[in-house]
Design a protein around this ligand. Structure first.
Ligand code: C5P
Length: 245
């Protein structure tokens, strides 16, 4: 390929999307969010009443599905069979469905194939769970962004728009900085607990699936953001990219 690939992997809520968007801007690369592809297929499964647990019908569905990622300044615009689903795929039902459909090995192979085509010319920051281990094992830069589950859960919780059905960031500039509207302390505690529980469930599925489970590549630089500010994470990551390019 003509230009390098920067692979960003890690568990949910570690800040991968914010980091990927930042590095893409900084180095003039395209930013590709592979999770959005799993989400888009999961949405199609929801809309057509497919089971998340049966691989063969899901593969059939995938064969008749066109998923397009359009890199933007912040994240990707996502088209599912030509329809803009960028916001819909961030809602909680799709988030959980994506986590379930992504355990199937053939389905992963289908995704990996498409992702390699998307990144084959290089000049991309590709973000996901298996970029450094499966999609581009020869990526020039690999960063594994991690953080303690409680910290990731709390960040996700604070990102969620109050009263909405979304637990995913929509405004990535405000990453982790937006506080929800005042609600009762008890309500707040219950919601935060639910977010943490769902995040841990997703982690568990990602780390324990048979095909390309979530783990750092042997040659990845591990960045643990548990007690780092966003600026510190961005600066350290930039440093890592500079030393590897
Ligand atoms: O990163 P994001 O949360 O959007 O990904 C949605 C789901 O897709 C994740 O929970 C994960 O299970 C799956 N995924 C994956 N491999 C990737 C990207 C995402 O298995 N490369």
């Amino acid at each position: 390929r003509q230009r390098p690939v920067i692979a960003i992997d890690g568990p949910a809520g570690a800040g991968k999307s914010t980091l990927a968007a930042h590095l893409a801007r900084r180095f003039g690369f395209l930013n590709l969010e592979t999770g959005a592809m799993y989400r888009a297929l999961a949405l199609k499964a929801i809309d057509n009443d497919y089971s998340f647990d049966e691989e063969a019908p899901l593969m059939d569905l995938a064969a008749h599905t066109r998923i397009t990622l359009e890199p933007q300044l912040e994240g990707n615009r996502v088209l599912l069979d030509g329809r803009d689903v960028s916001r819909r795929i961030r809602e909680t039902d799709v988030t959980n469905a994506a986590s379930k459909v992504s355990i199937h090995p053939q389905l992963r192979a289908w995704m990996v194939h498409q992702q390699r085509l998307l990144g084959e010319a290089g000049g991309v920051v590709m973000e996901g769970r298996d970029i450094g281990t499966a999609v581009f094992p020869d990526a020039e830069v690999k960063i594994f962004l991690d953080a303690a589950p409680e910290v990731r859960g709390n960040r996700r919780y604070r990102q969620a728009a109050p009263g909405s059905n979304t637990a995913e960031p929509t405004d990535r500039q405000n990453y982790g900085r937006q506080a929800p509207d005042p609600v009762s302390a008890e309500q707040q505690r219950l919601t935060e607990e639910a977010v943490l529980r769902e995040l841990k469930d997703r982690d568990y599925r990602d780390r324990n699936r048979a095909e390309s489970p979530l783990r750092p590549a042997a040659d990845a630089v591990i960045l643990d953001s548990t007690s780092m500010t966003l600026d510190e994470v961005l600066n350290q990551a930039e440093e890592i990219v500079r030393t590897h390019l």
